[in-house]
Design a protein around this ligand. Structure first.
Ligand SMILES: [Zn+2]
Length: 202
């Protein structure tokens, strides 16, 4: 596909639990994951967020460029197999706030989840996860503030005990949102949590 020429090369190595890129071909846990293990057992990503690829991801996210959707779903599918994730019972997209949904009119991560479901199976749980209070957009905050900003924001509205859940998000920056959601799932007794994101910041 034409878009593929804009893809940045993958790093030579990366942290297996958050995708942090390394210049050397090694695959050990990064310092951050060593100090606090993420609440998931596997992590996959489609590509690194840089260059022209970053521009088209933002165009999709903020300007509803749905023409890119099939391309992004194929990247997610590649990431799913490249990082050896396991077939989920449930695909759980990270929800937007009500304000974000009103402003944008569509949830870009939900669209990705539906496309991915057609490729790998599992069931997309549209309303499984709710935001129970509004918070500031993460991209407006510094790293430490992002972790505080998401605390207590999400609630699980479905019984997912004993399920294998794939958490899906469009962009991974600090991992604050996914870590918070993962904690909520762990507390609720979800059997296995894996994470897949379209683009990992680098
Ligand atoms: Zn890591």
């Amino acid at each position: 596909m034409e878009c593929r020429k804009y893809l940045p090369a993958l790093a030579r190595g990366w942290c297996p639990l958050c995708g942090q890129p390394y210049t050397l071909p090694c695959f050990h846990l990064c310092a951050e994951c060593q100090s606090v293990l993420p609440p998931w057992s596997k992590f996959g990503f489609g590509c690194y967020l840089t260059g022209t690829f970053q521009e088209i991801v933002y165009a999709y996210k903020f300007r509803e460029k749905l023409a890119y959707l099939d391309f992004f779903v194929s990247l997610l599918e590649n990431g799913f197999y490249r990082h050896k994730l396991t077939r989920p019972d449930i695909i759980l997209p990270i929800p937007l706030s009500k304000g974000g949904l009103r402003k944008r009119g569509f949830n870009q991560t939900l669209e990705l989840a539906k496309g991915l479901q057609a490729k790998i199976g599992g069931k997309v749980l549209t309303l499984g996860l709710r935001k129970i209070r509004e918070n500031l957009p993460q991209r407006t905050l510094r790293k430490k503030e992002r972790f505080l900003n998401v605390q207590g924001v999400f609630a699980l509205k479905a019984d997912l005990r004993e399920k294998k859940v794939l958490l899906l998000d469009d962009i991974y920056t600090t991992g604050a949102t996914l870590r918070e959601v993962g904690k909520v799932l762990q507390i609720q007794g979800v059997k296995e949590i894996e994470v897949l994101v379209l683009a990992r910041s680098c």
